[in-house]
Design a protein around this ligand. Structure first.
Ligand SMILES: *[C@@H]1O[C@H](CO)[C@@H](O)[C@H](O)[C@H]1NC(C)=O
Ligand SMILES: *[C@@H]1O[C@H](CO)[C@@H](O)[C@H](O)[C@H]1NC(C)=O
Ligand SMILES: *[C@@H]1O[C@H](CO)[C@@H](O)[C@H](O)[C@H]1NC(C)=O
Length: 350
């Protein structure tokens, strides 16, 4: 029987040299098919026999775990692997899935102190509609205590207005900028670029207003295209490979997030107009435009999605009263996903 290491080396040789050899020998098509078939069967038999050789199993599993841990960037794709336990609307619990790759990523719900250390001294801007405001509220809930929250809740909930707060004890400046449409997001990006001052963390999102008041997905796609252009131009002129432009205040490029739309539960929406326009077909069309816009990292773009649709959808009907705005736990999960992404991006560990 092979030892684990020898088996690993042997497998690597098969995988590396057999196809290389085939390419070098210019085999006829039939021979090629024969060899690739033989290679496939060899590997398949190997995989099925593996469980009977404990040393190999250990070796393989230790390999996959270390590769996940050593490359924490791959953990980004597991950030939304969250499970919900919703007994009733007053008892909502959430946590990361306990599957092997997710556990290996060591995601954590940050405590108030940990979040304060992580965000210490940073400028955070959240741009968007009421969903974005709820994310700001969750972030404040995490870093401030109940008494402090009581005094600011009223200000934060003035409808359709901006909100700004400096949390002195951790030197955090947090801003919410009311931007119901993607055009408004683009405008704000243009302004950052003009002033050449950039937040450390920038979360943006929009879509619900457009769906309700414009109800044209291809036009929404166009407006997202403009957001993408602004982001890309901002990143390339100020934070390109040549390093920061001299005299620029920011040195490090901002951490950028896109706040996705929630799952809309049509029958619960609170006006006839919403129920008619914000239907399943329209939601799918708007989602498609987001993915096609190449705004998100998944499609090669610059922004990491905070997937409110998946979080709210899994939390379900018991987590919303109007089919659009969800229980605080949904936005709390989004905030912890963002903080864990910041930890990964900055290669920091608490
Ligand atoms: C924030 O940073 C400052 C200076 O770097 C430090 O003095 C302070 O203790 C930090 N506060 C927290 C809560 O980490
Ligand atoms: C957002 O953009 C629309 C369309 O360009 C504009 O009418 C509106 O005033 C803007 N709102 C804000 C808050 O900038
Ligand atoms: C939707 O917007 C596009 C422009 O992006 C326009 O060409 C099209 O006519 C609009 N569709 C409707 C139904 O208004």
């Amino acid at each position: 029987m092979f030892g684990a290491v020898q088996f690993g080396i042997f497998a690597a040789f098969i995988v590396l040299f057999v196809p290389m050899g085939l390419a070098g020998w210019h085999l006829s098509r039939n021979k090629m098919l024969f060899f690739s078939g033989a290679l496939f069967i060899t590997l398949a038999v190997g995989v099925h026999l593996t469980p009977y050789f404990p040393s190999i199993t250990d070796f393989v599993s230790s390999l996959s775990v270390t590769s996940v841990v050593s490359n924490r960037n791959s953990c980004i794709s597991f950030l939304h692997e969250i499970v919900w336990d919703v007994r009733d609307s007053n008892k909502v619990l959430w946590g990361w899935e306990r599957s092997t790759p997710v556990v290996a990523c060591e995601f954590q719900k940050l405590s108030r102190v940990e979040a304060s250390v992580l965000l210490n001294g940073s400028w955070i801007v959240v741009v968007g509609d009421s969903q974005a405001r709820l994310v700001v509220l969750s972030l404040l809930n995490l870093v401030m205590d109940g008494e402090e929250m009581g005094s600011i809740r009223g200000d934060l909930f003035k409808r359709h207005s901006d909100y700004k707060i400096v949390i002195e004890k951790i030197g955090v400046k947090l801003e919410f900028l009311w931007a119901p449409y993607a055009y408004n997001v683009t405008e704000l990006l243009t302004e950052f670029k003009k002033n050449r001052r950039y937040p450390d963390v920038l979360v943006m999102g929009s879509g619900l207003w457009h769906m309700l008041h414009v109800t044209n997905s291809s036009e929404y796609g166009d407006s997202l295209g403009n957001v993408r252009k602004s982001v890309v131009s901002l990143l390339s002129t100020e934070f390109g490979n040549d390093g920061p432009v001299t005299g620029s205040v920011s040195v490090q490029s901002p951490h950028l997030f896109w706040l996705g739309m929630p799952t809309l539960i049509n029958s619960m929406l609170n006006t006839e107009d919403k129920r008619k326009k914000m239907n399943g077909v329209m939601q799918d069309a708007y989602d498609r435009e987001l993915y096609q816009s190449k705004l998100l990292r998944q499609s090669g773009g610059p922004l990491l999605l905070l997937d409110i649709k998946s979080l709210s959808g899994r939390c379900g009907v018991m987590c919303t009263v109007d089919g659009m705005h969800y229980d605080e736990h949904v936005y709390e999960a989004a905030v912890h996903i963002m903080l864990n992404a910041l930890l990964i991006d900055s290669q920091q560990r608490l």
